[in-house]
Design a protein around this ligand. Structure first.
Ligand code: DHB
Ligand code: FE
Length: 291
């Protein structure tokens, strides 16, 4: 395969990821009964008015020209055409929404979900191996630990959903050509709340660059990188769901994640695995009771 054909394969996959993220989000909202219309009129008026005023203030303060206004209009149209609203919002806004949502929750830190979660991944036992292709590239990684309540009680039967990108930064069901559940799985903790997940260390991830979000990044002279990360949703009866991501020390993008989703509490400490090829890392999830 030549470099050019590899590049075009990569960018075709990235383009599909944007459109699929929009379709997936719409399906989930429809399945949840279409939540629009539940936010009351006063609140909509207050929030929409505040955002519109903030934009107007920027135009007035910074003397935005017609040329800049039309560039914005064209770009907003393109975000929709490219199906990139989930990408744009999850990269540049979700971190603040998550901060507000979890400000008072005790236990392990959360962070953004991002656009690529799919529920219902294959269920594995407490020490199962994530679904992957034969010869899936990447360093083997064992991710082991315990799920506990904030009072220290182990949570037997806790559910851990893990999803992560492959070695090229692609997520199954969003980039074409990958098996449906590649690098996605659900583990059920054992009677001690323990789990031992067998997977691969993910690679750093670049958000799709050839669509509207990439156009903004290029026009502004920014970069498109997220540090390598593992996404988790951890749930247990009578406890609040944790949606989080975990990161690897030394990744050059831990300090300038485009999605602003890295927190010091979310850093892993992988070591050479003494019992098998690859690495092992330990992390416990501490869950807050339902309020
Ligand atoms: C995006 C992708 C991710 O994998 C993630 O964790 C957050 C955001 C994105 O492309 O928007
Ligand atoms: Fe991600």
């Amino acid at each position: 395969m030549t470099d050019t054909s590899f590049d075009s394969e990569v960018s075709a996959k990235a383009a599909d990821s944007g459109a699929n993220a929009s379709a997936q989000f719409q399906e989930r909202m429809a399945a949840a009964g279409g939540r629009s219309g539940v936010i009351d009129t006063q609140r909509v008026s207050y929030l929409a008015g505040k955002v519109i005023k903030a934009i107007n203030d920027t135009v007035l303060d910074d003397k935005v020209s017609y040329e800049e206004y039309n560039a914005l209009k064209a770009w907003l149209i393109k975000v929709g055409e490219d199906g990139e609203w989930p990408l744009f919002l999850d990269v540049w806004l979700e971190h603040s929404v998550e901060e507000v949502a979890n400000a008072d929750r005790e236990g392990s830190k959360g962070t953004i979900e991002g656009p690529y979660y799919i529920g219902g991944s294959p269920e594995l036992s407490w020490n199962g191996t994530i679904p992957m292709r034969d010869g899936e590239p990447g360093t083997p990684l064992v991710f082991a630990g315990q799920v506990r309540s904030v009072d220290g009680r182990p949570l037997a039967g806790a559910k851990l959903e893990l999803w992560h990108a492959d070695d090229l930064g692609f997520y199954s069901q969003f980039a074409p050509g990958l098996p449906e559940w590649n690098l996605r799985g659900t583990w059920i903790a054992n009677d001690d709340g323990r789990f031992e997940i067998h997977t691969l260390r993910p690679a750093p991830y670049q958000i799709p660059t050839e669509g509207a979000c990439g156009q903004l990044i290029e026009a502004a002279g920014w970069h498109a990188w997220r540090p390598a990360h593992l996404h988790f949703k951890v749930s247990a009866p009578d406890h609040q769901l944790i949606t989080t991501q975990l990161y690897f020390p030394g990744d050059p993008h831990n300090s300038d994640d485009i999605a602003s989703a890295v927190k010091p509490e979310l850093m892993l400490d992988p070591q050479d695995n003494p019992d098998a090829e690859g690495e092992i890392t330990y992390y416990d999830f501490v869950m807050a009771p339902e309020q």
